[in-house]
Design a protein around this ligand. Structure first.
Ligand SMILES: [Zn+2]
Length: 200
């Protein structure tokens, strides 16, 4: 948990993503600086944004989750707020997601929001403006890592501009052309535990 109970994954105004120059060739996107490029790649060779700054200033609840902390909690099944292991029972792992109108099904939902522990699942909706507008509690038996969300660059032989918010699956030919900011899990064998309306 961070200062003032702010969720671990929430970015702060003192933090930013470094605007490193990117080059795109037929083999993919890369940072112009080869050292920065090597450091910024994960074990799968996926290129990630480089985070700068410190968790100072104000928490930015409306912003995208902090890339490094989102990846760490998501990959480790750690609670998004306190970094303890996420809650698990016989229905699976606990996920709390914004509820902005009923989707056809929660089954197969692709989420960039990490799971939570029981205590934080009760508290976080009061802190987070997005969850305060309504949220759903799910139990999830399977949550495979399926891809990343980030900026997708067009191949050099195709016209177009970068898509700043693309979901790129690990088995997609676009994977070498993305600069990732979030990992995404696909939620399966989902049980809906509770809906909560807006808290005001
Ligand atoms: Zn927690």
């Amino acid at each position: 948990m961070d200062r003032l109970g702010v969720p671990y994954v929430t970015p702060w105004t003192g933090e930013a993503i470094a605007p490193l120059p990117v080059t795109v060739t037929m083999v993919g996107a890369a940072y112009e600086d080869p050292v920065a490029d090597a450091i910024a790649r994960d074990q799968d060779g996926v290129l990630w944004v480089v985070c700068r700054g410190m968790a100072t200033g104000k928490p930015e609840y409306a912003a995208e989750l902090h890339p490094e902390r989102q990846k760490a909690t998501m990959e480790g099944f750690l609670c998004a707020r306190c970094r303890k292991p996420a809650a698990r029972d016989d229905r699976g792992m606990l996920w709390v997601l914004p509820f902005l109108g009923e989707p056809e099904s929660w089954e197969g939902l692709q989420s960039a929001i990490p799971p939570m522990c029981e205590a934080c699942a009760q508290m976080v909706p009061r802190l987070c403006p997005e969850l305060r507008e309504g949220h759903v509690q799910l139990r999830v038996r399977e949550a495979e890592l399926v891809g990343v969300r980030g900026t997708l660059y067009p191949r050099p032989d195709r016209p177009g501009v970068p898509d700043p918010d693309a979901l790129v699956l690990y088995d997609s030919p676009g994977l070498p052309f993305v600069v990732a900011r979030q990992v995404v899990r696909e939620l399966r064998q989902v049980t809906v535990v509770a809906f909560s309306a807006a808290i005001h």
